[in-house]
Design a protein around this ligand. Structure first.
Ligand SMILES: C[S@@+](CC[C@H](N)C(=O)[O-])C[C@H]1O[C@@H](n2cnc3c(N)ncnc32)[C@H](O)[C@@H]1O
Length: 391
């Protein structure tokens, strides 16, 4: 039995979720951050559980041929990036493979044709439009992985150039240096803002962090919905400020669209945009689960779901799985919760004598250099055709 601090040798077999390499010692699974498939490593246990060990690299005995030199000098110390030691094309392949494995484990065999080729981010570097900076007296930067220790940083390889300029300028702005934690962000009009994250009354509003990949994602979702030639309503559940709703409304001006979002700040932003664009869309400020339990979405309506990383509330899945659905598009930023939710909707459909059909799954990389994975899954809930069943 191993204990924390023990060192041993391990060979990495493949990458697992959360950006960690997976190896085995005495039939126990070992997860190692910043490793690569086929690395032979000396590692040190940092966490020992009944079912798995977590360990950090002490020495790379034989490096994987997939390794490249990480460009950032703070890589592995700063917790922001997880994959800089892998070429970008390898990162995209790994994420795609992880989604396949995670979904197949949850819902069973999926036809190879359902998996569409992964879409890479148009930018591998300098894509992030939002970063959080910690300030401590005269130093500022990011915090070290798993700690509160500050790592002074004035240039982040994944932040947009305008944010790096603002980052370097912090030291010459005494007012900013008085804060403990600030957010630097670029808005939709490409203006840079600084926000004190410790002050009261400033809710952090959701926005996609990679505007380059987001453009591809929005186009992809809108194209899919237009492709169904929907005759009925389109529901954008977890609509945020209308990222998908506005694009779908522009592409389908005759359809009625409804956005459901919990956060009032985002609802207000979305409503303003709808008014400016004169779209046939409206917002409901509510939790999706409560909305679905009180309103009847018809089978012929189209549903877009884009929940936070924690996924959907089980009640939402149980309502959606309880009757035939023309088309549901689920946009996920966490494959494990996507898999859990699809499993629940599939089981619910079966309970109601319906069948769940996964039409397509595609990864679209919103988060280069990091472990995070964005996936678009498209599925339907269908009546089972008993006329062809033989007895
Ligand atoms: C991943 S974001 C997506 C937002 C939007 N679709 C976009 O692309 O910008 C998830 C959104 O769900 C909202 N949210 C979280 N839990 C919710 C719930 N239970 N019901 C409704 N909205 C929720 C959050 O406020 C956030 O705006």
């Amino acid at each position: 039995m191993f204990k924390v601090g023990d060192q041993f040798q391990v060979t990495i077999e493949k990458m697992a979720n959360r950006g960690k390499g997976l190896g085995r010692i005495n039939d126990q699974v070992v997860f190692v951050p910043y490793s690569a498939p086929k690395d032979v490593l000396t590692v040190k246990a940092t966490k020992v559980n009944k079912n798995f060990i977590e360990a950090d690299i002490v020495a790379i005995l034989t490096p994987s041929d997939l390794r490249v030199t990480a460009p950032c000098p703070h890589f592995t110390e700063c917790g922001g990036c997880h994959f800089q030691h892998l070429a970008y094309s390898t990162q995209v392949e790994i994420k795609d493979q992880l989604v396949k494995e995670t979904l197949q484990r949850a819902i069973g065999t999926i036809s190879e044709t359902a998996f569409l080729p992964p879409v890479a981010s148009p930018k591998e570097w300098n894509y992030r439009n939002r970063i959080q900076i910690h300030i401590n007296k005269s130093a500022y930067g990011f915090v070290k992985r798993n700690s509160h220790t500050l790592i002074p940083i004035e240039d982040c390889k994944i932040a947009e150039p305008a944010l790096n300029k603002a980052l370097a300028d912090i030291k010459t702005t005494p007012d900013l240096m008085k804060n403990e934690k600030i957010e630097l962000l670029i808005d939709k009009n490409l203006q840079v803002h600084q926000r004190d994250l410790n002050s009261q009354g400033q809710p952090v509003l959701f926005s996609q962090v990679n505007r380059f990949a987001n453009k591809l994602l929005v186009d992809l979702v809108a194209e899919k919905v237009v492709g169904y030639a929907p005759k009925a309503k389109i529901y954008d559940l977890y609509a945020g400020d209308g990222n998908f709703l506005i694009a779908m409304g522009k592409s389908l001006p005759k359809n009625e669209l409804v956005g459901v979002e919990l956060n009032s700040g985002l609802v207000n932003l979305g409503r303003k945009e709808i008014e400016q664009q004169k779209l046939k869309a409206s917002y409901v400020q509510s939790s999706v689960e409560e909305y679905l339990e009180t309103v009847s979405i018809k089978s012929e309506d189209t549903v877009v779901l884009d929940p936070p990383r924690t996924g959907c509330d089980p009640r939402a899945m149980m309502v959606l799985g309880s009757k035939p659905r023309n088309k549901i598009i689920y946009i996920s930023c966490e494959p494990t919760t996507l898999a859990r939710d699809l499993r629940l909707i599939k089981d619910t459909a079966q309970k109601w004598g319906l069948s769940f059909r996964l039409d397509s799954v595609q990864t679209l990389d919103m988060f280069p250099q990091t472990e995070h994975i964005e996936t678009v899954a498209e599925f339907s809930i269908e009546k089972i055709d008993t006329s062809t069943t033989t007895h």
